[in-house]
Ligand binder design. Structure first.
Ligand code: GRF
Length: 220
């Protein structure tokens, strides 16, 4: 696909940016239907910025700290940056600021997030430690449209991984992260292909294939 036809995605980051890297790798394929128009970090020096720069993607840093408690002013700066780059989709990939209802409404159905659990279970931080403490046998990751409450909104796709008896939060995080890196570029592709149809709380993915069988963990 000609780059000029590719849909424009902005990615908001705060940290190391491995999910951003998965997107950068995906958009490098000539037939990928989206491109990354801008990477915006609220954290100066975030590892994600170096990844974007290495891939030749324009970056912006909007440090939230000078804005103090004024989230709206911070988000106005964010929106100005997103509009300037012509973003059609905004992707939260490890973006660690809560967004106001106003910002979420402004980008409704054009704002997605990746979270390392099978939502609606285990919203919030320290997901993997809480998964282990709860003794569940499967966990995973979710890409969803963003709504005002934290880690809430219509689910687009999920990936599942087993929890193993010897797992630590670190080993579990690493297993989930492998799936995050598959899921996010896939969802962005479907969006760019016009295949995502949110309606109320339910998203239809046109042409999607669903696994036929379930999994059991453990088996003996
Ligand atoms: C990921 O686990 C993502 O699901 C969560 O924050 C983490 C970001 O990791 N929202 P990275 O910066 O993409 O490596």
């Amino acid at each position: 696909m000609a780059r000029s036809q590719a849909r424009r995605v902005a990615v908001l980051v705060s940290g190391r940016g491995t999910n951003l890297q998965a997107l950068l790798d995906a958009v490098a394929a000539p037939d990928y239907p989206a491109r990354i128009a801008r990477v915006v970090s609220n954290v100066p020096g975030a590892g994600a910025l170096a990844r974007a720069e290495a891939a030749g993607v324009p970056v912006a840093v909007i440090d939230h700290r000078p804005f103090g408690k004024d989230r709206s002013a911070f988000e106005a700066a964010l929106t100005a940056e997103l509009e300037a780059c012509g973003a059609e989709l905004v992707c939260l990939a490890g973006f660690m600021r809560l967004l106001t209802d106003g910002f979420v409404a402004r980008w409704r159905d054009r704002l997605i997030n990746i979270h390392p659990s099978l939502l609606p279970a285990f919203k919030g931080l320290d997901t993997h430690a809480r998964v282990l403490a709860a003794g569940v046998r499967f966990t995973g990751c979710t890409v969803h449209y963003v709504r005002p409450a934290m880690d809430a909104g219509p689910i687009i796709a999920q990936a599942v991984v087993p929890v193993r008896p010897e797992d630590t939060a670190q080993t579990l995080a690493a297993r989930v992260l492998v799936e995050e890196h598959r899921l996010l570029p896939a969802v962005v592709r479907w969006w760019a292909e016009g295949r995502l149809h949110p309606e109320g709380e339910v998203v239809t993915v046109a042409g999607a294939i669903t696994p036929a069988a379930g999994l059991v963990n453990p088996t003996a």
